[in-house]
Design a protein around this ligand. Structure first.
Ligand code: HSE
Length: 309
């Protein structure tokens, strides 16, 4: 197929994983987006980055967006052309807001757009390819599908269900001026947990679905967790302390993904403003606070006019 000159624009939301009790299972897409424009070129891959990661991330074929695109082309058995990528990034790196999932999904969805209409890459295949690169499906499911996602695996194959979040749910995200590697956070968790802790998280996870979809007033109890946040506290003491402070004031605060950002799932805008005031008054790390909507569309790709590139 003649692919040189084809171009697409891709937009992928940030995402928050775990949401308290749903370790490696829940994801929530947030309305803040990384965007890329990708043109198929007759030459080597090159990436221009604006915003987060500019001057830091790789700009050649080792860039994560390019590697994800290459993974998709390889999966469908089509040779990948050179890719000229312009990226505008706003999702912080190492912040617990799904920046690597967004990069992976961006590359895969760009490949889908460039391969269409001759080759199809359905959402389930994209989820599988994204999970192969990310290692776990929670962030990539939310980044791909939008809304609230529940991810699970069947014989190692990831699956995901998207749900629409109750419109009363008002997310607030705050991000400190330090980062935590997911690998390090995961290394702090034990190989097994007490049975009662597993049951505790089971009840809260089930309740969280009801709270997010139907009954936001249950969010505080529904976001309790015993499987990961306490174990990971030493990697992010300022985050842990602020989550405790927000929860002591009655807010449904959790560590976002592997941290160190914090997600507060307020049940109305007034409660969200109160939580923001607590964060603003807290000392220690410098917190960047964002009042965000839930993204409902997930990753989008639109074709751009074919260029002579
Ligand atoms: N569920 C993952 C974790 C999300 O908490 O380790 C981070 O990528």
């Amino acid at each position: 197929m003649g692919m040189i000159g084809r171009a697409v624009r891709v937009r992928v939301p940030a995402s928050s994983a775990n949401l308290g009790p749903g370790f490696d299972s829940f994801g929530l897409a947030l309305a803040v987006y990384d965007e890329i424009e990708v043109t198929a070129v007759d030459g080597p891959c090159r990436v221009e980055v604006e915003g987060v990661g500019a001057g830091e991330v790789a700009t050649d074929e080792t860039n994560l967006v390019v590697r994800a695109a290459a993974h998709a082309f390889q999966a469908v058995g089509v040779p990948m052309p050179g890719l000229a990528i312009k990226a505008r990034n706003v999702i912080p790196h190492g912040g617990g807001l799904g920046s690597s999932a967004a990069a992976i999904v961006s590359g895969l969805v760009a490949a889908k757009g460039l391969l269409a209409p001759e080759v199809e890459l359905p959402a389930q295949r994209l989820l599988e390819l994204a999970t192969e690169l990310e290692g776990h499906p929670d962030n990539v499911a939310a980044a791909l599908l939008g809304g609230l996602t529940i991810a699970w695996t069947v014989d190692g194959v990831p699956r995901a269900k998207q749900l629409i979040v109750h419109r009363g749910v008002s997310p607030l995200v705050c991000t400190p001026d330090f980062s935590v590697s997911t690998e390090h956070a995961r290394s702090l968790q034990p190989a097994s947990v007490p049975y009662e802790d597993a049951v505790f998280n089971l009840s809260r996870s089930a309740l969280l679905v009801a709270a997010l979809v139907q009954s936001p007033e249950l969010l505080f109890e529904a976001t309790e967790d015993r499987l990961h946040q306490d174990y990971r506290a030493e990697a992010m003491p300022a985050t842990y302390e602020l989550v405790q402070r927000l929860r002591a004031a009655g807010h449904a605060a959790v560590v976002s993904g592997a941290g160190p950002s914090i997600l507060v799932l307020a049940s109305d805008p007034a409660a969200r403003a109160e939580a923001a005031a607590i964060i603003a008054a807290s000392g220690g790390a410098a917190w960047e606070t964002r009042l965000l909507a839930v993204d409902v569309r997930g990753a989008t790709v639109i074709p751009l006019p074919v260029s002579a590139a």
